[in-house]
Design a protein around this ligand. Structure first.
Ligand code: ADP
Ligand code: MG
Length: 337
């Protein structure tokens, strides 16, 4: 089912900036859809047109088949949770009260709202005592969890998340991403998630919309497709820019094994099977070692998913030549992970 539809949506601000340019896009119910792209490409503006924080200049946005302009903003927003980068918690209220505010505003009794809030803190993985603290007493990661709990408080079918994890450190961020995926599978929300980080996008997104400068949608695909077949140079560059895991990039190829290296295919397979070997390259593209995924994985691999393989002694000059040629060819960019 289509839950959110952008139909020929354009947003030009008063100063003439075109933030979103003729966007046509459908978000399926019960999925996590990601908007990704460099800063200023219109991600936030697009997101905010869903809950009417921004009105389109032309075109329309439908939620559940209804033009959002047919609902008054307050009732629209009760059905749409909103999470932002710095959780935006009320500093002088306890964590529990921060979360309880939303159901209270929706007319719940204080008692019911607080018990719902306690339940939600548990859902987002926070221990009970955290509810009695104030936001400033929490880590950045904990604050974001509270932000998510608060957005879920009125049990909205739609969740808008604008760079929710961008301000937390990478290790915590991965934990939060995993939590989000778990929550999503349990609660079955429709999530629209904004990030500027392609790794995060392909990790959490079932479908990923890549925006280019000028608010133009450059590609809307599932992650494996996006990594394997960038629609144009902009997407290829954007997807390939952060290639590499901790300074390493990987070359993958069917039947590419340490002991039978004759041909090498370079590219962005997107889906890497557990039978394939990956050759790790350092920033200067020097081969560093063989790794292989522990299972078939779509999208970026984490270190835990990689198992060290054989040595480099089989790496002869012909292979190096093949690698150099492949890596300098246009299809050689966006190498796996
Ligand atoms: P992103 O979230 O992708 O970084 P935004 O949607 O925030 O991008 O902004 C898209 C473009 O619109 C940028 O050029 C930004 O400067 C501009 N913009 C955003 N909000 C306003 C506003 N209220 N008035 C004028 N220009 C704006
Ligand atoms: Mg933004």
């Amino acid at each position: 089912a289509r839950l959110i539809e952008f139909q020929s949506v354009t947003k030009a601000f008063d100063d003439g900036t075109v933030a979103v340019n003729d966007l046509d896009l459908t978000v399926e119910a019960g999925t996590i859809t990601v908007f990704v792209g460099p800063s200023g490409c219109g991600k936030t503006t697009s997101l905010r047109m869903v809950n009417r924080m921004v009105e389109p200049t032309s075109g329309r946005v439908l939620v559940d088949g209804r033009d959002v302009r047919s609902a008054d903003p307050a009732s629209l927003r009760r059905g749409i949770g909103y999470v932002i980068q710095h959780a935006g918690l009320f500093p002088h209220r306890t964590v529990l009260d921060n979360v309880a505010t939303v159901p209270l505003l929706a007319g719940w009794t204080r008692r019911r709202a607080r018990s719902r809030a306690a339940e939600l803190l548990e859902v987002v993985g926070l221990p009970e005592e955290v509810g009695r603290r104030y936001p400033a007493q929490l880590s950045g990661g904990q604050q974001q969890r509270v932000g998510v709990a608060r957005a879920l408080a009125a049990d909205p079918p739609v969740l808008l998340m604008d760079e929710p994890f961008s301000a937390v450190d990478p290790v915590v961020r991965e934990g939060l991403q995993d939590e989000l995926l778990r929550l999503q599978s349990e609660l079955d929300k429709t999530v629209l998630f904004v990030t500027h980080d392609i790794d995060e996008a392909v990790r959490v997104g079932e479908r990923v919309a890549v925006f280019a400068t000028g608010g133009v949608l450059a590609q809307y695909s599932e992650p494996p497709e996006l990594l394997a077949r960038p629609a144009n140079d902009f997407v290829a560059d954007f997807v390939g820019r952060d290639r590499g895991y901790r300074g390493l990039s990987f070359v993958a190829g069917a039947a590419l094994r340490p002991d039978e290296v004759e041909t090498v295919t370079v590219g962005a397979p997107g889906v890497v099977s557990g039978d394939e070997w990956l050759l790790a390259l350092d920033e200067d593209r020097r081969p560093r070692g063989w790794l292989r995924p522990r299972a078939t994985v779509a999208g970026p691999l984490s270190e835990q998913e990689l198992e060290p393989g054989g040595s480099l002694h089989t790496l002869g000059l012909p292979l190096r030549g093949a690698l150099d040629a492949a890596l300098s060819s246009p299809s050689g960019r966006g190498v796996v992970v």
